[in-house]
Design a protein around this ligand. Structure first.
Ligand SMILES: [Zn+2]
Length: 324
């Protein structure tokens, strides 16, 4: 392919191709040197040809530049979203245990780092047990409760955790939310049972769970599995309310049971079979009572006679009328 600087321009008067298209007579064409030999400037060597720079303006008249807008949407996604997002799990228990193991690993790394720095307080010499402790599981659960609350109620959550009071029109205000004493990142229902010290804390102040969050779905599913899918939505909600306050909880449990395959199987109505017609001997005359009977026989039943010293066998015979 020829580059741009390899091209030259031949004026129209010197262009032999034009001669053939302009209607010349045979005599004129026979005596035309340009037609037979080409333009004169082509006779010398290539390097002696006249050079004529053709400059093409960058902006031609009437040219409209088309603006191109390119937009890039960059979403900052942490590694936790990929690996430990609740959407990737179908079991609450599995999610909690996996997260608890991750926390243990992080804490172990921190302790090791602190020991290399020579910080005796931070570098605890405690050795982790083989199995996860209940405190570790509880702390991990609270971590997810806090995430669910912060994602679903961002404004009231940050107001409460920063020590501010809720807005007057905030929907959470009617629950009088308070912060957990042990895990101050978790919101609990304030309620009216503050003085009922005989009740456990999670009953007096249940944890607030949002209706549409994945964590809520996993917790409801875990309770449903615990009940072996054999309780209805109302019983399921009653069990959950011992520790949680799910906003619009009845809708949540109903929706869960409606979509749970095992619940559907267990609560399915038994198919009713067509009962066969009565046999002829039950519908044909005579129509007197007990003209035809069915007999049921049962026994023996031991009965006490007299003062209870002797026992006798008794038998039961039931005659059922087949006509009436
Ligand atoms: Zn179920």
């Amino acid at each position: 392919m020829a580059a741009g600087n390899q091209w030259n321009h031949v004026p129209g008067k010197l262009n032999p191709a034009d001669k053939g298209t302009r209607g010349l007579t045979a005599d004129q064409l026979a005596s035309d040197s340009v037609w037979w030999s080409g333009p004169e400037f082509l006779v010398p060597q290539h390097n002696e040809w006249p050079s004529r720079q053709i400059t093409v303006p960058k902006e031609l008249p009437g040219m409209v530049k088309r603006a191109q807008v390119m937009a890039f949407a960059v979403q900052q996604v942490s590694a936790e979203v990929f690996r430990l997002h609740p959407d990737n799990y179908s079991s609450w228990k599995r999610l909690i245990r996996l997260m608890a193991w991750c926390y243990r690993f992080i804490n172990r790394c921190r302790r090791r780092h602190a020991s290399t720095r020579g910080d005796p307080e931070a570098a605890s010499t405690a050795v982790d047990s083989v199995e996860l402790k209940s405190e570790e599981l509880q702390r991990t659960e609270c971590h997810w409760y806090a995430i669910a609350q912060a994602e679903s109620y961002p404004a009231p959550y940050w107001q409460l955790t920063s020590g501010k009071s809720l807005a007057v029109n905030d929907p959470l205000l009617r629950l009088n939310p308070v912060l957990d004493k042990d895990y101050p990142c978790v919101l609990r229902v304030g309620g009216r049972l503050k003085t009922a010290s005989h009740l456990p804390v999670h009953t007096r102040h249940p944890i607030i769970l949002p209706q549409h969050h994945r964590i809520t779905q996993l917790i409801v599913d875990a309770e449903d599995r615990k009940c072996d899918h054999s309780v209805g939505p109302n019983h399921l909600l009653a069990n959950l309310m011992l520790g949680f306050w799910i906003t619009r909880g009845k809708v949540v449990t109903r929706s869960h049971c409606a979509h749970c395959v095992l619940c559907k199987k267990k609560w399915a109505t038994v198919a009713l079979q067509q009962i066969a017609p009565l046999p002829l001997f039950r519908t044909a005359p005579p129509y007197r009572a007990f003209s035809r009977v069915g007999v049921d026989y049962a026994g023996p039943f031991r009965t006490k006679q007299g003062r209870g010293k002797t026992q006798l066998k008794r038998y039961l015979c039931v005659f059922s009328c087949l006509q009436s």
